[in-house]
Design a protein around this ligand. Sequence first.
Ligand code: SF4
Ligand code: SF4
Length: 185
Amino acid sequence: MEITSDEMKKTIEKFYQMLDEVSPLDFDCGKLCGAACCGTDQNDYETSQLGLYLMPGEELMYENSDEFELYCIDSDDEDYFQDELYLVACKNPPHCNRKIRPIQCRTFPLIPHISEDGNFHLILDENEFPYECPIIRDNMKLNDDFIQVNYKVWRKLINNPLVYELIESDSRIRDEQKDEYEIII
Ligand code: SF4
Ligand code: SF4
């Protein structure tokens, strides 16, 4: 049965609501770093120059937004992604319409990982960024409810085969490169 745009939007809104109720630390972690992951820490980089990857269907949230620039890259550009891939760029970071900031912003610094034996985990995002996240650098303890809600949301997101495929592919690359990562849950 095909899912309608309205149904898809409602699902994404539900994920946003769940993630709105938690945060990585008990205070605004942006105060530790000048909101570095929004590209406002005086480094020579801005998120407005970088795209934030969207989950399938999440692009529907940005169709009428003045605060984000929505764009799509061709599947040919990504050898492991079989469909259109949408990104948004924020026009005025760190100010954005918080109600529709992408899942990627809400779940950082956790990212999903699927082990070789098929177990699903969340790990700290140790990809190279043009900024330093103090939570990752100092291995700060994340709020338990943040971890639990993230886990629930990602478990639902990986029901989409496209998302599962993308995460599994990233996980195998991580393992092949023998990148170190910390399993959080
Ligand atoms: S870089 Fe890390 S500490 Fe800074 S705002 Fe982003 S998540 Fe919080
Ligand atoms: S969408 Fe908002 S929270 Fe996410 S990087 Fe842009 S300004 Fe920061």
